[in-house]
Design a protein around this ligand. Structure first.
Ligand SMILES: [Fe+2]
Ligand SMILES: [Fe+2]
Length: 188
C-alpha cells in the first residue's frame, strides 16, 4: 500500500531528524561558545535555537503519527552532540564551520523528502512546516559556506555542492505536487 509505505518512511525520517536536531543543537552550543567574533557567536547561537525549535516541531509530528523518538538514536545524538561541542574548542575555527556547512546541505534535502512523504500519506498539515525547516536549513548552509569562503584555505577548497536557490524549495514541491495530481487524474 503506497500510502502506508510513505507513512512508514515519514516516521523513520522524522525519528532520524528528531535526534539529528539534538546532536546539531548541542554541537552548535559548543560551537558558538568556542568562537570569538561577536557576530559569529550571535548567529551560531541563533542557529542553535532554530535547531531546538525544529526538534520541537518534529517531535509534535511524531506524536501525531503515534510514534516515539528512537531511544538508541537519542542516546547516540547526545554523545555525538557533546563530542562535537567539545571538539569545537580544540579543532580551531575552520573545521567546525566546514563540517557544519556540509551537514546542513544534507538537512535541506531531508526536510524536502519528508514533505513529499507527508503529502503522499495524507498529512498535508505537516508540509508547510517541513518546507519552512528546509528553508531554514538552507540559510544555515548558506551561512557556514560564507564563513568557509572568507578563509584563505576555504577559498582554495572544492566545497560540497551548493543547494539550488532557496525559492526553488517551494517551487519544486508545488510543481511535483501538480504533476502527481495530473497523473492521478489521468489514471482515474
Ligand atoms: Fe534543523
Ligand atoms: Fe541546521
Amino acid at each position: 500500500m503506497p500510502q502506508e509505505n510513505s507513512r512508514q518512511q515519514l516516521k523513520a525520517l522524522l525519528q532520524l531528524a528528531y535526534s539529528a536536531e539534538r546532536a546539531a543543537a548541542l554541537a552548535y552550543r559548543g560551537h558558538w561558545h568556542s568562537v570569538v567574533d561577536v557576530d559569529e557567536r550571535a548567529r551560531i547561537k541563533q542557529i542553535e535555537e532554530e535547531e531546538w525549535h525544529h526538534r520541537e516541531l518534529v517531535g509534535a509530528m511524531l506524536e501525531k503519527l503515534g510514534a516515539q523518538p528512537n531511544k538508541q538514536r537519542e542516546f547516540r545524538a547526545l554523545l555525538i552532540g557533546r563530542a562535537l561541542a567539545f571538539g569545537c574548542h580544540v579543532m580551531g575555527w575552520f573545521l567546525p564551520m566546514y563540517g557544519a556547512g556540509r551537514l546542513e546541505s544534507r538537512n535541506v534535502r531531508e526536510y524536502e523528502t519528508a514533505a513529499r512523504y507527508a503529502r503522499d500519506c495524507g498529512h498535508e498539515e505537516f508540509i508547510d512546516n517541513l518546507l519552512m525547516m528546509a528553508e531554514v536549513e538552507w540559510e544555515h548552509e548558506y551561512y557556514f559556506r560564507s564563513r568557509v569562503l572568507v578563509h584563505s584555505f576555504g577559498k582554495r577548497l572544492n566545497l560540497w555542492p551548493a543547494p539550488p536557490p532557496k525559492e526553488t524549495i517551494r517551487q519544486t514541491f508545488a510543481r511535483e505536487t501538480e504533476q502527481a495530481l495530473t497523473l492521478v487524474e489521468a489514471a482515474g
